[in-house]
Design a protein around this ligand. Structure first.
Ligand code: UDP
Length: 320
């Protein structure tokens, strides 16, 4: 049985990855410091002998007993509100945490896949973004703590690949949504659905003309799985190219939830990217991957998940 360490295991993506690798027959070792993750996302796994969990901050030395075939580094705050609140842990998990896990990969001779992000492209001047674009990032702006940590992560991962000759994979993840997203993490989708379910107006930032391209979590997980098992070590975009303005997106949520609330406009946060759409030519060619779930279908499933949560979750504050 192959053994895989998944950091950020109690988070949105990490917990979905735990499920995927368990059903594919792996022994999964989850690790999380639970700053933004929730045990609720993985409690169903504790009864399985194929799953174990370490409550640990990967910014500190990481030790795991026994052999390790694979490491997936998915620990990091990932919403702008979160990393504005905890900028230093965000910088540390992307830099020191990545360094520790690369060291572990050398020691265990594991293949390691690190979760990078479309944020490495910053507020992009190239559209759509392909992997050869170097980005437009403000290092000292509010998003710099996340963007630069992830850029450092990529540089460090390539250096370990070149110096220690370990097997590395780098995925650049574009906006992703689905069950287990935190309702109060400040991102557009949970914010809009939460507001609609509470009977509040939907807060669109700026004039809502900025664009994003939303990928359903099952599609993303499939892309990660294929990239890990491929032999491709350069960065790979995984995301859904179906681009939409944030205003149109809010209107879709209004329609989907049937709320009678309307859109209200709030100031655009600093350095908010104006447009974002992945060029997935590389993933199509090398992994034979492309997203399968339409936004209509994905949003329905996500709404069902949010509706199934205890009602008081809807009223929890956004504070970490
Ligand atoms: N956004 C918004 N209202 C909200 C939350 C977010 O209009 O209540 C906007 C945000 O300014 C951005 C887009 O929605 O332009 C996506 O934001 P999100 O935080 O989901 O992700 P990111 O900016 O990291 O892509």
């Amino acid at each position: 049985m192959k053994r895989i360490l998944i950091t950020g295991a109690a988070g949105f993506l990490g917990s979905n990855l735990c499920d995927r690798f368990i059903s594919a027959g792996y022994h999964v070792i989850g690790m999380d410091n639970l700053i933004t993750g929730s045990m609720k996302n993985i409690e169903h796994l504790f009864k399985l002998k194929e799953f174990e969990f370490y409550h640990h901050d990967v910014s500190k030395f990481v030790s795991v007993p026994g052999p390790l075939d694979y490491i997936l580094h998915f620990a990091s705050p990932a919403s702008p509100i979160d990393y504005l609140k905890i900028p230093i842990p965000t910088l540390k998990v992307g830099s020191l945490g990545t360094h520790n896990l690369l060291g572990l990969a050398v020691a265990k001779k594991s293949r390691i896949l690190v979760a990078s992000t479309s944020e490495v492209y910053g507020d992009p001047q190239v559209h759509p973004q392909n992997e050869d674009y170097w980005g437009n990032v403000n290092p000292v702006g509010p998003r710099g703590v996340y963007d630069e940590a992830k850029r450092f992560q990529e540089a460090m991962t390539m250096a370990y690949h070149n110096v220690h000759l370990i097997e590395t994979r780098i995925i650049r993840i574009f906006n992703t949504y689905g069950p287990r997203m935190r309702l109060n993490d400040g991102r557009a989708l949970p914010a809009f659905i939460g507001q609609a379910l509470r009977g509040e107006d939907l807060t669109v930032f700026g004039d809502g003309s900025q664009t994003r391209s939303f990928c359903y979590v099952d599609d993303l997980v499939e892309g990660i799985y294929r990239l890990l098992l491929s032999d491709y070590f350069m960065p790979m975009n995984i995301g859904n190219p179906d681009e939409i303005t944030i205003k149109e997106f809010a209107e879709e949520i209004i329609k989907l939830t049937g709320t009678s609330q309307k859109i209200v406009y709030k100031p655009l946060p600093q350095d908010d990217p104006k447009q974002r759409q992945p060029d997935i030519t590389r993933a199509k060619k090398i992994l034979g991957w492309e997203p399968k779930v339409s936004r209509e279908e994905g949003l329905k499933k996500t709404l069902e998940y949010f509706k199934s949560l205890p009602k008081d979750e809807l009223y929890k504050s956004t504070h970490l």
